[in-house]
Design a protein around this ligand. Structure first.
Ligand code: UD1
Ligand code: CA
Length: 436
């Protein structure tokens, strides 16, 4: 495709009311800007990101994710603020590789390559994506005259009549490079925000009777995110897409609208996910059943069942295991393990055939450092035991309920560490004298 893409991401994003740059806010675990970059890279090998506010922070995040597949320009914001100013470098259109230019805003994570493809295939010197909406507030209104685009008026510059217009500018345009190059230096900042508006290029071109093709695009995909409420709405849309995709791949989801999952989560084989489950980060679920209201982050669950209400924290590898309710696992590798109830298993390895009784705790932290617990094969840990790390429990060890274990075991050991029980006859009545 003979196309360069420029993504505008230099704005301050004041409406987000946050010290984090707007385009680094996330939906479904992924930065807003990354969605548009991914889309752009599918369409072009010449992708430019325009930065200014918190430029180095944004650039670093982008490079960590996309390497050198994208290039960056810093907007001359002091001289040329605004979306038009963003495209200027030394007062001229920034250099790009191809003669066609797709402009995207960095705050539109919901755009899809297929919608953009439709827009760029139209052969017209200027293609403008427009949205017909019931809630035009905050967006640039597209003013038509006998069906032709005449100009775009920003919310802050619009009069009462113009504000009623329900056709809005999506902020996505496709320009012939030469054309943009000739109009950009003609922009001025005579508006409420004293900015150089890219939208004014449309007005200048219309005055010269240049054909401006407007194309209807879906509000759901193209609406920009300006505040936290729009951020939440966009996340809902993205979640619905991710769930739909997972179900298409064969995942069973119960009450799917209650399930949260991030973009990076992967499913393989046959999986069943119950209501209220939350799946974060680099998580893989393979041939497993995740029961209601469990939370899993950056972990692998293979041929296992987990939950309800289990908490699987980063770097856990659980295979052929049964993890029951109120069990927390962190940074641990479990293979062929049963841990049915109320346990904390952290910084541990537990091998095949081992059973972890209710209420078992790996005491991994001594107040200064974290330590490892290793449990071998076919170990039986009775209920309510504390295993004080660092510790190694050999294969086929039996640990009596209620034990506090601080010494390693040898294969075949029975460990009991609890104080002798005393039964005092009539002690109840000695204490509750009135209940005789
Ligand atoms: C812009 C459009 C508006 C459109 C809306 C769609 C203009 C003047 N207005 O308004 O017509 O309806 O998008 O979402 O273009 N940016 C820069 N440099 C700047 C200013 C902004 O790179 O100096 C970037 C921002 O980071 C952002 C994008 O441009 O990614 C849009 O800026 P924003 O302030 O959100 O523009 P809107 O007011 O939403
Ligand atoms: Ca915007």
């Amino acid at each position: 495709m003979n196309l360069s893409v420029v993504i505008l991401a230099a704005g301050s994003g004041t409406r987000m009311k946050s010290s984090t740059p707007k385009v680094l806010h996330k939906i479904c675990g992924e930065e807003l800007l990354f969605y548009s970059i991914e889309c752009a890279l599918l369409l072009s090998d010449d992708v430019h990101i325009i930065l200014y506010h918190q430029a180095s922070r944004i650039k670093e995040s982008c490079q960590a994710r996309f390497g050198d597949r994208i290039s960056f320009s810093i907007q001359d914001y002091d001289r040329f603020p605004g979306t038009g100013g963003a495209l200027l470098q030394d007062g001229k259109l920034l250099p790009t590789k191809y003669s066609k230019l797709l402009i995207l805003n960095g705050d539109m994570p919901l755009i899809t390559p297929s919608s953009l493809q439709k827009l760029i295939l139209i052969s017209s010197p200027i293609v403008l994506g427009v949205i017909t909406t019931q809630s035009p507030f905050g967006y640039g209104r597209v003013i038509l005259e006998s069906g032709k685009v005449k100009q775009i008026i920003e919310e802050k510059d619009a009069n009462k009549e113009e504000k009623k217009v329900c056709t809005i500018n999506s902020g996505v345009y496709c320009f012939e490079r030469n054309l943009l190059e000739s109009y950009l230096p003609k922009l001025n900042n005579h508006n409420t925000q004293n900015e150089y508006y890219l939208t004014d290029v449309i007005k200048l071109a219309a005055q010269d009777s240049i054909c401006i093709q407007s194309i209807d695009v879906a509000e759901e995909e193209f609406c920009g995110i300006n505040d936290k409420s729009q951020l939440a709405q966009a996340e809902e849309v993205m979640l619905a897409r991710l769930r739909k995709q997972a179900m298409k791949e064969g995942v069973i989801m119960h009450l799917p609208h209650t399930i949260y999952l991030e973009k990076s989560v992967r499913f393989e084989g046959e999986c069943e996910i119950e209501q209220g489950v939350q799946l974060f980060g680099q998580t893989l679920i393979k041939d497993s059943h995740i029961k209601a209201h469990s939370t899993i982050r950056d972990s692998q669950i293979i041929s296992s069942d987990v939950g309800p209400m289990a908490h699987i924290r980063p770097n856990s590898h659980i295979r052929q295991s049964h993890i029951g309710n109120f069990v927390e696992v962190k940074n641990s590798t479990l293979r062929g393990v049963k841990s049915g109830h109320l346990s904390y298993l952290g910084d541990s390895t537990i091998d095949e055939g081992s059973n972890i009784g209710a209420g078992v705790i790996t005491c991994n932290y001594d107040g200064k450092a974290k330590h490892q617990t290793h449990i071998g094969k076919n170990v039986f840990v009775g209920s309510d035991c504390q295993l004080i790390a660092p510790i190694t429990i050999a294969d086929q060890t039996l640990i009596g309920a209620g034990s506090t274990v601080r010494k390693d075991s040898q294969k075949g050991d029975l460990i009991i560490s609890r104080s002798e029980q005393k039964n005092i006859p009539q002690g109840y009545f000695a204490f509750f004298k009135d209940k005789k």
